[in-house]
Design a protein around this ligand. Structure first.
Ligand code: ME8
Length: 527
């Protein structure tokens, strides 16, 4: 890969259909992308984090018709009342929000495809085949499953498919099969995790069919520049959002800084679009392909069989209202192996909240700040009388920080959060073993010095936890930073992950405060 010294770290989510309000499924991808964005910012990198909405196509048109408004009115309403507000609910720190109906995008779509047309990779033809509107995708007959009445259903949505037959324009995708296979070989990180990579390779090895890229039976889309009776197929318009937002075709300087994307997160349902069609489109236009497309697993509710409808029934606000956005983010990022399917249940979420957050990090923080208050008038003592136990704690911190950093580079978000959570347990265990409340009964200078060393080590560990947990639980990390009096080290956002393991940063003498509980006890635990 050519070196780009000023390259920003560019992370994207899929752009979501404005058919319905967001669900905990959509929010899962956005939170993961947000954690990566915040983590990389905490390394001091220039970061661009993009999310947005996918507003064209038959599916959105149908939703608007069912609600008796124009598709544009419908899209505006959903973006304004649902898709933008949900970002604040889950505390997403996106740098841009793209809507595919914006002129900055539609103009780029027309230019991009005109260029591919001019290069000879687009031709006119007819296609007939089963089409799932919910997926906005042609299906292969062999993929379909049998419904109760003997009809054929989409395997993802378990709903009927239509037979679409029309004259339209085709992209010569089949010409790119060999180049795609070469890409998967030479750039193994291009599709991750490994299971997704294998699936994509075996799919492409079977040979690719050309892709129908226009529609003439409805007009809710970007008009095809060389034939205004057609609009572009929603997917080949939507995929281009990632290059539009980076400045493709308008701002070469910004495009050189941002593109190629470093991590494009997608659910496994849309893997082929991102790992097959998308790079082939870019190759056809002579644009670099992304560095990594990462497909995460599917969320289920209450351990039930995969179903879009069950997850879509839960709005992120419902969960955030009970647990807060930090606990929400922690739960989804830690308990589900990123890349595997996962399950949400209120009971499990309550249990994790109580044991790991309220009784874990929350209680540790309140114990440490309360003891510094009680035994040292709220001023951090020195750690001069440290011994073997404190050295081991410092080692555990540096191991946890390395593990977390290395896991984030593999997009193993759950491993990174787990490494930090295990360090928190380790610190809790340390405080319990050292029994500072007993040491406090020894009022000799040695006893005082030892007590100081224990509380210093515990507070210094929490200083590191604030920095390490900042990407996942930004509000908690900020409250912890304040409780520790750590503002004297500068703003939390200026603390670098590269330095987090350096022991002894908190200056003795700073004022610690026992603020409100970081994670209040649950009133209604939904169990
Ligand atoms: O596919 N579990 O939009 P979409 C995990 N517009 N992730 C889930 C999920 C679940 N149960 N449900 C949804 C589209 N997601 C297109 C994308 S990109 C150029 C165009 C997440 O609104 C997951 O990331 O159907 C999935 O890929 C995405 O939402 C689908 O959102």
């Amino acid at each position: 890969m050519p070196e780009q010294p000023d390259k920003a770290f560019y992370v994207t989510t899929p752009i979501y259909y404005v058919t319905a309000p967001p669900s905990i499924g959509n929010a899962y991808t956005t939170v993961a992308a947000d954690v990566l964005a915040r983590w990389h910012r905490q390394r001091g990198e220039d970061v661009v984090f993009l999310t947005g909405t996918d507003e064209h196509g038959q599916k959105v048109l149908e939703a608007a018709e069912q609600n008796g408004v124009s598709p544009m009115e419908w899209a505006d309403k959903l973006v304004e009342t649902e898709w933008e507000p949900v970002l604040a609910v889950i505390d997403a720190s996106n740098d841009d929000f793209i809507r595919t109906t914006e002129p900055r995008h539609t103009e780029r779509v027309r230019e991009f495809w005109q260029a591919v047309y001019d290069r000879g990779d687009v031709y006119e033809g007819t296609y007939e085949g089963p089409y799932c509107i919910a997926c906005e995708e042609f299906k292969l007959p062999a993929e379909l499953i049998d419904g109760d009445g003997g009809d054929k259903l989409c395997p993802i949505h378990e709903r009927g498919v239509e037979t679409l037959s029309e004259a339209n324009y085709f992209f010569a995708l089949s010409r790119y099969a060999d180049r795609l296979l070469e890409l998967y070989e030479s750039q193994p990180a291009f599709v991750q995790p490994e299971s997704a990579r294998n699936e994509v390779i075996s799919f492409v090895r079977q040979g690719l069919q050309d892709l129908s890229i226009s529609r003439s039976t409805f007009d809710w889309g970007v008009p095809v520049p060389w034939d205004d009776k057609h609009v572009f197929y929603v997917w080949i318009d939507a995929l281009l959002n990632y290059t539009t937002a980076a400045g493709f075709g308008t701002d070469p300087e910004s495009f050189a800084r941002i593109w190629p994307a470093d991590v494009q997160l997608v659910g496994k349902d849309i893997l082929r679009f991102h790992a097959v069609i998308w790079p082939a489109m870019l190759m056809a236009a002579g644009v670099d392909v992304p560095r990594r497309v990462f497909a995460h697993g599917w969320l289920q509710v209450g351990g039930q069989k995969m179903s879009k409808s069950k997850v879509t029934a839960i709005h992120p606000s419902e969960v955030v209202d009970t647990f807060g956005s930090d606990a929400y983010r922690y739960y989804f990022m830690k308990t589900i192996a990123f890349g595997s399917d996962g399950s949400f249940s209120w009971e499990h979420m309550s249990a994790v909240y109580t044991s790991e957050l309220a009784n874990g990090l929350g209680n540790l923080t309140s114990r440490v700040t309360a003891m510094v208050g009680k035994y040292f008038d709220g001023r951090l003592p020195t750690g001069k009388s440290s011994g073997e136990a404190e050295r081991q704690l410092a080692d555990a911190l540096s191991t946890a920080a390395k593990r977390a950093e290395e896991a984030v580079d593999r997009v193993a978000i759950h491993e990174a959060v787990t490494a930090v959570a295990e360090f928190v347990s380790r610190v809790n265990g340390y405080v319990t073993e050292q029994q500072p409340w007993k040491v406090a009964t020894d009022e000799s200078p040695e006893g005082r010095a030892r007590l100081g060393a224990i509380l210093y080590a515990a507070a210094e560990s929490l200083r590191a936890v604030a920095v390490l947990h900042c990407a996942v639980m930004p509000k908690t990390a900020a409250a912890l930073w304040e409780a520790l009096g750590a503002q004297s080290l500068g703003a939390l956002s200026d603390q670098r992950l590269q330095d987090v393991g350096r022991w002894g940063q908190l200056p003795p003498g700073v004022a610690l405060t026992k603020g409100p509980a970081l994670f209040p006890r649950l009133v209604d635990d939904h169990s």
